[in-house]
Design a protein around this ligand. Structure first.
Ligand code: SF4
Ligand code: SF4
Length: 201
C-alpha cells in the first residue's frame, strides 16, 4: 500500500536534484541533437538540379521553376509544407545535394518570410532547336562522369564536357533540323527528328 508512495517520493527527490529535462528556449538558444531531422538545406556544390527531391517529397514541399529566358532552374523548399521526413536527402542522386540540418525554429512574423524558404539556382541546358529545357548543366556533367568514356557517344554530354574547356557560342534555333545538326545540344524530341525523322521524311 505504501510502496507506490515511497517510489513517487524517491522520484520527486531525484528530480529535485537532477538537471531539468526541459530547455529555456527561446530565452536561451537551443541546439538540437545532431541527428535531429530539421530544415532541409541545399548544398549548391553537390546539387545538380535533377529534381528527384521534388518528385519524392510526399508533401510537395519542393517547387521547381524553370526560367527559359534566364536559363535558370530554381528549386525551393517551403518549410511550412515540409514534414522533415528526410526522403529528399535519402533519394538525392548525389547523396549530398540536400541534407537535413538540425535547425528547428520556424518562428517568424510573416508567412512569406524568406527564412521559411530554402532555394538553390542551377544553370539550364536549353534545346538549340526548339528552346525546350533539356536538363541542368551540372546534371549532364554528373551523367557524363557516371558513364565515363561511354558518355562521348551522346552529343549533349560531349558538348557539355567541351563547354568546360571552351567558351563557344550556342547556335541559333532553327525551324527545321536535319542530320547535319547531329552535334548540337538538343532535347530528346528534336534528337529523334534528327536521327529518325530525317531518314524517312
Ligand atoms: S541533386 Fe539532389 S538536391 Fe539537387 S535536385 Fe537532385 S535530388 Fe534534389
Ligand atoms: S524532408 Fe520530406 S517533406 Fe521535407 S522537403 Fe524533404 S521530402 Fe519533402
Amino acid at each position: 500500500m505504501f510502496l507506490p508512495k515511497l517510489r513517487e517520493v524517491k522520484e520527486a527527490l531525484g528530480s529535485l536534484f537532477s538537471a531539468p529535462y526541459t530547455t529555456k528556449f527561446p530565452a536561451i538558444p537551443f541546439e538540437a541533437h545532431k541527428a535531429f531531422r530539421g530544415k532541409p538545406r541545399y548544398n549548391e556544390n553537390y546539387c545538380v538540379g535533377c529534381g528527384t527531391c521534388a518528385q519524392v517529397c510526399p508533401t510537395r514541399a519542393i517547387d521547381i521553376n524553370d526560367d527559359k529566358k534566364t536559363k535558370i532552374r530554381t528549386l525551393t523548399v517551403n518549410y511550412l509544407k515540409c514534414m522533415n521526413c528526410g526522403q529528399c536527402e535519402e533519394k538525392c542522386i548525389t547523396e549530398k545535394g540536400i541534407v537535413l540540418s538540425n535547425e528547428h525554429s520556424l518562428a517568424v512574423m510573416q508567412k512569406d518570410d524568406p527564412a521559411l524558404f530554402e532555394k538553390v539556382d542551377k544553370s539550364l541546358a536549353i534545346c538549340e532547336s526548339c528552346g525546350d529545357v533539356i536538363a541542368c548543366r551540372d546534371h549532364l556533367v554528373w551523367i557524363k562522369d557516371k558513364l565515363g568514356a561511354k558518355a562521348y557517344s551522346h552529343p549533349n554530354l560531349l558538348l557539355e564536357t567541351q563547354r568546360h574547356f571552351t567558351d563557344f557560342e550556342e547556335s541559333k534555333t532553327k525551324s527545321i533540323i536535319r542530320r547535319e545538326d547531329q552535334i548540337k545540344l538538343v532535347c530528346p524530341r528534336c534528337r529523334h527528328k534528327i536521327v529518325v525523322a530525317d531518314e524517312f521524311y
